[in-house]
Design a protein around this ligand. Structure first.
Ligand SMILES: O=C(O)CCC(=O)C(=O)O
Length: 378
């Protein structure tokens, strides 16, 4: 298998967070010996009540304290990474914060990243690992959101949950006709046969064993493309600097990309120094893919997730008959998450571009990392 080139959320329901003044924790250590549970049960209402009352009693005044409390009460999901990143922050005199906290806003506003707990009450989303993911809630769940991308008027979207495992959400209309055509026209002169990053076991094998499409990595060097980057950032709530360049894809009739993961499994790329350097030996990775459909397709060309809903590993990675499929529609996008916010890989994010049976499919992907990359400036 190959991967092409280039922290589980916790919902704290309605915790009435109490505010500073009372007790300030003066010292800080990383909680010792927290264990990762084999299963990850949801918070039950008794636990939530307990947590809320501890918050009230302790009068926690900082996000770090809230993080400590969660870790002590519940343990972390990716202990090794949690401790490494915390140590690195302490070394650089940064607050030892590994979790990100978001306040759930009303009126269709997207969740707002919290910089402090001052004045905060209501529902808070907590993400171990520090990166936001849209909570799936349940299959078919639809939320209307008003985004405020930088340098653009606000836009209203509907985000629909298509799958919970892996987490896939769909926005039926994100790009307009002109955006789609602009990308296609700009890519056309540069498009070349797609390559894949071979896992150690596959080095030397032809790319076409997996992928027969054509590709262009497009720099964000004009106003339309920069606006799309800003929109993607506003939608994912992840900084633009975490994005790779858009990879534009063309599939002609009969072409496909068999099922694969977008993240780099450190063990499968153990001999590849560039990838090891990029993923810092497993600390960082591609977290999410934003996938754009730039054309309709007469038949075929769907994106298939063959392991959706916990299905077993397929025998045939080109078989698109299992799991869920998203069909190409000009302007539609999906976001799927290859990793949990805690940076544990989600093996169920296996996906492929099914054979185009009739017509031509133009599409594009934006890979988003859980760390800043060098491709796109803020
Ligand atoms: O074409 C598709 O629908 C999926 C493409 C894909 O998985 C990829 O480029 O990584």
């Amino acid at each position: 298998m190959t991967c092409d080139m280039h922290s589980t959320s916790r919902l704290i329901h309605d915790i009435p967070v109490q505010h500073p003044s009372e007790k300030i924790r003066k010292t800080r250590t990383i909680p010792a010996q927290v264990t990762i549970p084999a299963t990850r049960p949801r918070w039950n209402s008794q636990e939530l009540t307990g947590l809320a009352s501890v918050l009230r009693e302790e009068g926690l005044n900082s996000l770090v304290s809230l993080q400590d409390l969660l870790v002590v009460q519940r343990s972390v999901l990716n202990q090794e990474r949690y401790e490494k990143l915390l140590q690195a922050r302490l070394k650089h005199n940064k607050p030892p914060l590994n979790f990100a906290f978001y306040a759930v806003e009303g009126d269709g506003m997207p969740p707002r990243k919290l910089e402090s707990l001052q004045g905060q009450s209501g529902m808070i989303l907590a993400f171990e690992g520090g990166t936001f993911v849209w909570p799936g809630i349940q299959l078919g769940y639809r939320r209307n959101v008003t985004l405020q991308p930088r340098n653009e008027a606000s836009i209203e979207l509907q985000i629909e949950t298509r799958s919970l495992q892996p987490l896939v959400v769909e926005i039926s209309s994100f790009l307009d006709e002109n955006d789609c055509q602009h990308i296609i026209d700009k890519a056309l002169p540069h498009i070349r046969k797609s390559s894949v990053k071979h896992m150690d076991q596959d080095v030397g094998k032809p790319d076409s064993n997996w992928r027969t499409s054509s590709t262009y990595f497009m720099p964000s060097d004009d106003a339309v493309l920069r606006r799309i980057d800003d929109r993607v950032s506003a939608l994912t709530l992840i900084k633009k600097t975490h994005q790779e360049l858009a990879q534009i894809l063309r599939y002609e009739q009969g072409e496909q990309y068999v099922a694969h993961h977008d993240y780099f499994d450190p063990e499968m790329y153990a001999q590849n120094r560039d990838i090891q350097e990029m993923i810092k030996r497993g600390l960082f990775n591609r977290l999410a893919t934003v996938f754009f459909y730039l054309t309709d397709v007469e038949e075929g060309g769907e994106t298939n997730f063959p392991r959706a809903d916990g299905l077993p590993q397929p025998h045939d990675f080109g078989d698109c008959s299992r799991g869920i499929s998203v069909y190409p529609r000009r302007g539609r996008i999906i976001i799927f998450y290859s990793q949990h916010p805690s940076a544990e890989a989600d093996e169920y994010s296996l996906h492929g571009g099914c054979q185009v049976k009739r017509g031509v499919k133009w599409s594009a992907n934006k890979w988003i990392w859980n760390k800043p990359m060098d491709y796109i400036q803020e």
